[in-house]
Design a protein around this ligand. Structure first.
Ligand SMILES: *Cc1c(COP(=O)(O)O)cnc(C)c1O
Length: 413
């Protein structure tokens, strides 16, 4: 019997917005022998990765590394600063914001969930098509005269929708309301892809992870801290042991950890930081911005709406594409996976079956992205979706006609 398979050779196209493809250079670094995590060589590695992460988070303050997925770092952020029954102001931008809110409830906190009300012409919630509205946060904080709200929690790059939020505007809103709440931000999928500035934007805790812009396998995640967050952790009363910042930050000063760190993932992290910092953050951000524009050019040519309904806040990391009413986006994704060995992101939560997501982050380039768009266009045609035109041709013209220097020369904000 001969097994017939359309894709028994070549690399799988992992075009989901995380985990993103891991470059060979990082895979080779991870394959090095595991060393003694209390030995002298280890301290060099430990100090290097923490210093490199500080550059990527754009902070001078401690960054804590956990051997956990991003969800662990979410929990760490909450349990370090909150006490039982504390109120939080969280903002509904999509599925990941919703999961963080649910976690806060499970931890015995009282998260209030702000959202832009209503459903729009696509039948989808407006709040899942726009970024955080800082004025709603300011308005709510002004009503909290007793300062019961402990922290404002927002997602910077909402991976379920492809919408980013203006974090500096959220900080301005908190300050304008004269409110002492901490600002906690999830940029699990934004770090090392979209511009992010922990110190300059006045963020108290930033949560991130390894398997998105940093191009690592899943398995480690981060909390970047501010002096105010460290101070809050001293008196916060939710139980914390494994996640507690104090012991980790103390031992990190020497380049070590209280428990066994993920040594081989730290080798990978060291390599990833070299790659990102050698190129320079502005170049990395411009590269992602350009891919995002190229993919949106294709989506526009197909005549399909993007999940993000606000031109100013399209994610440079991924693009959500809404399928026409009656077209099951999950069936479309299955077809594309079976025929072309291409994985696309699913519609999550309230978007299930209504949209799919194209990741354009990390170890990507014009031609891998063109191939992915070709797979999507072939799939859309096979699924009988009427298209206004060829997204592939439009994206080819975009990529050929838009050198990176053109994008990099524009101001980021
Ligand atoms: C991926 C992701 C998470 C969850 O991280 P895990 O590593 O899957 O635990 C949370 N928030 C955002 C914005 C994400 O992209």
């Amino acid at each position: 019997m001969i097994a017939l398979d359309d894709h028994a050779s070549g690399r799988h196209f992992l075009q989901i917005p995380g985990p993103s493809p891991v470059p060979d250079r990082i895979l080779r670094a991870i394959s090095l022998p595991t060393i003694d995590h209390r030995g002298p060589e280890f301290a060099t590695l430990g100090k290097k990765v923490i210093g490199g992460l500080q550059q990527v988070f754009q902070t001078e303050h401690p960054v804590v590394i956990y051997p956990a997925s991003g969800t662990g770092a979410w929990e760490a952020a909450l349990v370090n600063v909150a006490s039982p029954g504390d109120s939080l102001l969280m903002y509904e931008t999509g599925h990941f914001a919703s999961l963080w809110q649910k976690m806060a409830q499970r931890l015995g906190l009282e998260p209030e969930f702000l959202a832009l009300p209503g459903i729009d012409e696509t039948g989808l919630p407006r709040s899942w098509r726009h970024g955080v509205q800082a004025d709603l946060i300011e308005e709510r904080l002004r009503k909290d005269g007793a300062h019961r709200i402990k922290a404002v929690c927002v997602v910077h790059n909402e991976t379920s929708t492809g919408v980013t939020s203006d974090i500096a505007a959220v900080r301005r809103a908190i300050d304008a309301a004269g409110h002492p709440a901490l600002l906690m931000v999830d940029t699990i999928s934004g770090l090392a892809s979209a511009d992010y500035r922990h110190d300059a934007w006045g963020v108290d805790v930033t949560v991130s992870g390894s398997q998105k812009g940093l191009m690592l396998p899943p398995g480690i995640s981060f909390n970047a801290l501010s002096p105010k967050a460290i101070e809050a952790a001293r008196t916060a009363r939710l139980p914390k042991a494994f996640w507690a910042w104090d012991e980790i930050v103390e031992m990190n000063k020497g380049g070590y950890w209280p428990c066994t760190p993920s040594t081989n993932l730290l080798y990978g992290l060291s390599e990833a930081l070299d790659m990102v910092l050698e190129q320079g953050l502005p170049a990395v951000f411009a590269r992602h911005q350009r891919w995002g524009e190229g993919v949106r050019t294709a989506v526009r040519a197909w005549g399909l709406p993007t999940q993000c309904a606000d031109e100013r806040v399209h994610s440079p990391v991924l693009t959500g594409v809404i399928t026409p009413q009656g077209v099951d986006a999950d069936a479309l994704r299955r077809l594309i996976h079976e025929r072309f060995d291409l994985s696309l992101g699913a519609g999550l939560g309230k978007l299930r079956g209504r949209m799919f997501r194209i990741g354009h982050l990390g170890d990507c380039n014009d031609l891998t992205l063109m191939a992915a768009l070709t797979g999507v266009e072939m799939g859309l045609k096979l699924a009988g979706v009427p298209l206004a035109g060829s997204g592939v041709l439009a994206a080819m013209a975009f990529f050929a006609g838009t050198p990176l220097v053109d994008v990099a020369s524009r101001p980021i904000e």
